[in-house]
Structure formats: structure tokens, C-alpha cells
Design a protein. Structure first.
Lengths: 349, 281
């Protein structure tokens, strides 16, 4: 997909400086957001990524004006979204992580209610049509599927033709087809000049949609930039399995020297991380042909946002000793810590 | 999915009307009314239960009249019925509604829109208020005509009492909802206030049949003054003294006005302090 960069820093729609947010008091205090800075330009699509409990939603809620910042300043369209909500709300649309629509109202009735509370609301039928729910207008919300409810939520966020759209995990619970349709819709909105700030668990979603992104961990922005910037310098990855006739204990020693690559051997399974994918792959394949070795389940891929994300999350976890144990050192380190980062993604807060 | 219409600044003004507080209250009230009509349990509690209670109220008042000569059974029946309806339809029903909407995350979602917090609370209360007022009017007017009751001595005072009663009911409902986890448990959490209203605020048991010291204590209870204002406005007395005229009724009402306003202030303070917009995680 072609991506232009309409963001001009002097025309920023969202400005967050030194944002902190705490829950509870005393020993039960939880410091959810620890000094976040963000700038989103007009017409830009900005994705907020992070492990569970990284502070994405806590950050979003303050930018949306649902909560006051503990410290720091937030400006949306030039206003304080919490103190000056009357000025900001008519110009923004918000989709929360979970529904919030009475189960006994139909989709159309829900739309009518929201239209009555939204300045410059588009016709309800049009909003439902936008998200592909036109044919479900007279179905009660409780009878809609989880994915349909997410789309209804999106339709309500779009009702007032917002200049700024906040989407908290918009495609969670959607089937692949519905997700693709939501992505198409979000791209169209962006093409028409809507500024979008979204959080997501799906790195693919950020890769597909985002002009720029920030990866959060432990309440802080660990890295930010375009997808290309975030990926830059991250190694490509080659994985394969050595033939079973080799001795698992000594098989690793038979591998060739691969300059600039980091090799991790786990029995017969081998992972190679390299910053020069073509050279490393050529060396490896030449070695395999020369020795008549068939590499099983051979897979080679360029650095992806997922790789970058996992590495960044695990690095961040290791930089904060109280939050995670220190990982093993040596060649196995990156592979092991990537695995622990995978667990981090899967675990609930 | 179809193509999204442009969202550029220039065409915003032509796309639809600005949302107003009245429009938002109406939209919310309409949705809430639809929900009430589709919820048989809530509808039963709101409409049938008070009517059943009115039947037992009549028997109770007649019994009390045997021991208390001069007790105006007809007036007390109509007045007590109106109070009971407001208690059930507004206080109880609205507590359940706040708890239900909170549990469904509706309140949280509404707060992401343009509606102010007070509008969300009042909008949710619109059908409860409308139904409560309609039923009170039917009972009040029907009862007055059927039982040949006097014309209200001070309609303005009655109105003040009514507004104070409704405001207190809403604030107490918001406060009670903070201590109620589920719609089902609202029957229990609202019980203390319901009992105080029925037996302490002169609805079920008129204050004048109580020992005078107990009656004095009951007059200071949170909901008593608001209800008594309605009674003073209607009949010119709260039962503790002879009936007065329009001017005299203000004097009879003054203490209730003070205590009622103080209690309303406390209830609002408590509601603001404890009300929760989303379920505890």
C-alpha cells in the first residue's frame, strides 16, 4: 500500500507532553502511564502498540478526555480534552474497547439515540451501511455477533463525521473478512483527511494502516516512528531443521561460519538472525548443497514489525529489572527473550 | 461497506443540526422508555406493585382511623398513594436502571459523547419521571374527584414539594446504585430507603398516629420533608396542626422546606461522591 506522509508537525491535532496517570493511592497505587510524549499530525493515522498492561488504553482515555491527566498536558485540536470537553467532543469520535449499548435496543434504535446526542450526525442508515450493518438495523444488539457489535461501535464513533477518530482495538473479535472491511473503511476515512489514533494488538494492523506508530511498554513509549523506521536495523530471520541423521548434540558444530549472523541451535532446530539476509542465505544454501544436506521447514523472512516489537518488548523488559528476570546471555539470548516476549503478549494484566 | 462520505471541515456545518441539551435528554429518554417497555419485570414493579400497595394502604388507614378519631382517611389515602408511586416508579425503578446501564457499560459509553454527566443521569430518569408523574396525576386527580377531596390550598407549594421529592428520589437512586452490584440486588439495597419512606415519611403510617416524639424524629428523616410539602400544599397542614390557607401554608411548610433542601443537598453530595460510571473491575 502506498503511504504518503501528510503529517506536518506545525499542524498537529494531538499533542501529549509528559503524560502520567496513576490509579489508586498508597501501597495500592499503580503508575499506569509514566511520561508519555506523542504528536499526531492532521490527517495522520497513528497506531499505539504495546503488550497488555503497557498503558495504551490508559493513555487513550486521557487523550479522549475521559479522565484528567495525573501530570503533563494533553491538547486535542488545540483544546484540553478534559477541561474543555464541550469544545472537543463534537469534533471527535470515540470507539471504546468494549461495547456499551443496551442489549434490548436494535442497531437502528441505538443509532437513533446516538444521533440525538451527536452534532452534525449523518443519517443512521448511512452510518450502519458504512460498517456493513445495514441489513441488521432491526436486530437487537444482544442478538448481534461480537464482530457486529464492534462494527456498530465503530458506526457510532463515525456518526458525527469526526475530524479525529479514536479506535481502541477496533478489529479485536472480527473475522478476517470483517477486519479487512474495517481496514478499508479506516483507510478511506484517512484518505478523506480524518486523523486517526488507534491502539491494536495486531502488528499486521499497524503495519497495514499506520503512518507512524509508537510501541509502549511499562507505561512508556519505547520507540516511535514510521514502520520502516521502527524496523530499520532489525535483523532478518532464517529458520530450518537439520536432517535427523545428524547427531543432535554435535549437529550445531557442523554449521558453516556465517559472517554478521547470529546462530541459535536448539537440537536440530536452527535459527539464524542476520542483517544481510541475501548474503547469509547464499552462504547457507551453498553449504547445504555442498554437503548434500536437506534443510527442513526452511523459512527466511525480512525484519517485520512483529520481530521488532518482540525484540523491543523484551529489551524493555530486561532494562526494568523489577518487572522481569534478567534473561540468559550468549547466543541463545535473543531467541529465548523473544519467546518470553511472546508470553508477555499472551498474558493478561 | 460503502464509501465514507467526506469528513472535511467545510461540509460539517451542512450535515446535521448541532446537538442541544434538550435534544440529548429527549434521545436518551426515548431509548430508556423503549427499554422500560421491553423489560417486563421493571414494568411490573413500576406499574402493578404500587397499585397493589395502594389497596393495602386503604385497609391500614381504616384500621388506624378506629384508634385515631378525626383521621382524614380519604386525603391520606390519595396523598400516601402518590408518595408510594413516586417512591416505586422513580426511586426504585431508577436505581435499577442506573445499575443496569452501568453493568452494560452504557454509562461509560455515553460519557464518550457530547452529553454532560448530569444530562446522562437525567436522560436516564426521563421515563421514570414521566411515568411517575402520570400515575400520580391519575391517582391524585381521580382520587380527589372520586373522594370529593378539597382543591389544593397552595398549588405552588405542592409543585415545590413535588420537584423537591423528585430531585431527592433521583439523587437517592444515583446514590443507592453505587452500593448495588446487580439489577437483581437492587430490591435489597433499596429496601432501607423504601422502608424509611413508607413507614417514616408518613406514606403508609401517618405521622399524626405516632407518639409525638417518634413523629418529630420521623419529620427529620431524609424523605419526609419533601413528601410533607406536597401534603401541606394540598391540604394546608401536615397533620400536626389545623389546616391553614394559602399564606398560612407557607409558614407551616417553612421547616420542611429547610430540612428537605438540606437533605437534597446531602443526597446530591453523596451521589456525586459515590456514583460509579462503570462496574468495579
Amino acid at each position: 500500500m502506498e503511504k504518503s506522509h501528510p503529517a506536518r508537525r506545525d499542524d498537529s491535532v494531538i499533542e501529549v507532553t509528559g503524560l502520567h496517570r496513576r490509579y489508586g493511592t498508597g501501597t495500592a497505587e499503580y503508575h499506569a502511564v509514566r511520561g508519555v510524549d506523542l504528536t499526531v499530525g492532521r490527517g495522520e493515522l497513528f497506531a499505539l502498540l504495546g503488550t497488555n498492561g503497557a498503558g495504551k488504553t490508559s493513555t487513550m482515555e486521557v487523550i479522549e478526555g475521559l479522565a484528567a491527566p495525573g501530570a503533563g498536558t494533553v491538547r486535542v485540536l488545540g483544546h484540553d480534552p478534559f477541561a474543555e470537553r464541550a469544545a472537543v467532543r463534537p469534533r471527535i469520535g470515540i470507539m471504546l474497547q468494549e461495547g456499551g449499548f443496551p442489549g434490548e435496543l436494535t442497531a437502528a434504535e441505538t443509532g437513533r439515540t446516538w444521533a440525538g446526542m451527536t452534532s452534525g450526525a449523518r443519517p443512521v442508515a448511512e452510518a450502519l451501511e458504512l460498517v456493513g450493518l445495514g441489513h441488521r438495523a432491526d436486530v437487537r444488539v444482544k442478538q448481534l455477533s461480537g464482530g457486529e457489535r464492534r462494527r456498530l461501535d465503530l458506526a457510532m464513533a463515525l456518526l458525527g463525521r469526526p475530524e479525529v477518530l479514536f479506535l481502541d482495538e477496533p478489529s479485536t473479535g472480527l473475522d478476517p473478512e470483517a477486519r479487512a472491511a474495517v481496514w478499508r473503511l479506516v483507510r478511506e476515512l484517512r484518505a478523506q483527511g480524518t486523523t486517526v489514533l488507534l491502539t491494536t494488538h495486531y502488528l499486521e494492523e499497524a503495519e497495514e494502516l499506520a503512518d507512524r506508530l509508537a510501541i509502549m511498554h511499562g507505561g512508556q513509549v519505547v520507540t516511535t516512528g514510521t514502520v520502516a523506521e521502527v524496523i530499520a536495523g532489525r535483523p532478518s530471520r532464517i529458520t530450518f531443521e537439520l536432517p535427523e541423521r545428524l547427531d543432535p548434540v554435535t549437529a550445531g558444530a557442523a554449521l558453516p561460519v556465517l559472517p554478521g549472523a547470529e546462530v541459535t541451535v536448539d537440537g536440530l532446530k536452527v535459527t539464524v538472525q542476520s542483517t544481510g539476509l541475501q548474503d547469509t542465505l547464499t552462504d547457507l544454501l551453498g553449504w547445504a548443497r555442498h554437503h548434500g544436506i536437506a534443510l527442513g521447514a526452511l523459512d527466511a523472512r525480512s525484519a517485520s514489525l512483529e520481530e521488532a516489537f518482540l525484540a523491543i518488548a523484551s529489551e524493555a523488559a530486561h532494562q526494568a529489572p523489577p518487572q522481569a528476570p534478567t534473561g540468559p546471555t550468549g547466543p541463545a539470548r535473543s531467541a529465548r527473550s523473544a519467546r518470553s516476549a511472546r508470553r508477555l503478549i499472551g498474558s493478561a494484566r | 461497506m460503502t464509501t465514507a462520505a467526506p469528513a472535511t471541515g467545510s461540509d460539517r456545518s451542512t450535515t446535521g443540526p448541532q446537538s442541544t441539551a434538550a435534544g440529548r435528554l429527549l434521545a436518551l429518554g426515548r431509548a430508556e422508555a423503549t427499554l422500560l417497555l421491553r423489560n417486563r419485570t421493571a414494568l411490573f414493579t413500576a406499574v402493578v406493585l404500587p397499585v397493589v400497595l395502594i389497596g393495602s394502604l386503604r385497609g391500614m388507614l381504616k384500621k388506624q382511623a378506629e384508634n385515631t378519631p378525626g383521621l382524614d382517611v380519604d386525603s391520606l389515602l390519595v396523598y400516601g398513594s402518590v408518595g408510594m408511586i413516586l417512591a416505586f416508579v422513580v426511586y426504585y425503578n431508577l436505581t435499577a436502571a442506573y445499575v443496569g446501564r452501568r453493568g452494560e457499560l452504557v454509562l461509560k459509553r455515553l460519557r464518550t459523547g457530547e452529553a454532560q454527566d448530569l444530562e446522562i443521569l437525567l436522560g436516564t430518569a426521563v421515563p421514570s419521571l414521566a411515568l411517575g408523574l402520570l400515575m400520580s396525576a391519575l391517582i391524585g386527580i381521580g382520587g380527589s374527584v372520586g373522594l370529593h377531596l378539597t382543591v389544593p390550598v397552595n398549588p405552588l407549594l405542592m409543585l415545590v414539594g413535588l420537584v423537591l421529592t423528585l430531585a431527592t428520589m433521583i439523587a437517592l437512586a444515583a446514590l443507592s446504585s453505587a452500593f448495588t452490584k446487580t439489577v437483581e440486588s437492587a430490591g435489597i439495597t433499596t429496601l432501607p430507603v423504601m422502608l424509611v419512606m413508607q413507614f417514616g415519611s408518613g406514606l403508609f403510617v401517618p405521622l399524626e398516629v405516632m407518639p409525638s416524639q417518634l413523629a418529630d424524629v420521623c419529620r427529620l428523616l431524609p424523605t419526609t420533608p419533601a413528601f410533607q410539602l406536597i401534603r401541606v400544599g394540598w391540604f394546608g397542614t401536615d397533620g400536626s396542626a389545623a389546616a391553614t390557607d394559602f399564606l398560612g401554608s407557607w409558614a407551616a411548610a417553612a421547616p420542611h422546606l429547610v430540612t428537605g433542601t438540606v437533605w437534597l443537598g446531602l443526597a446530591v453530595w453523596g451521589a456525586v461522591r459515590y456514583f460509579r460510571w462503570e462496574p468495579r473491575r
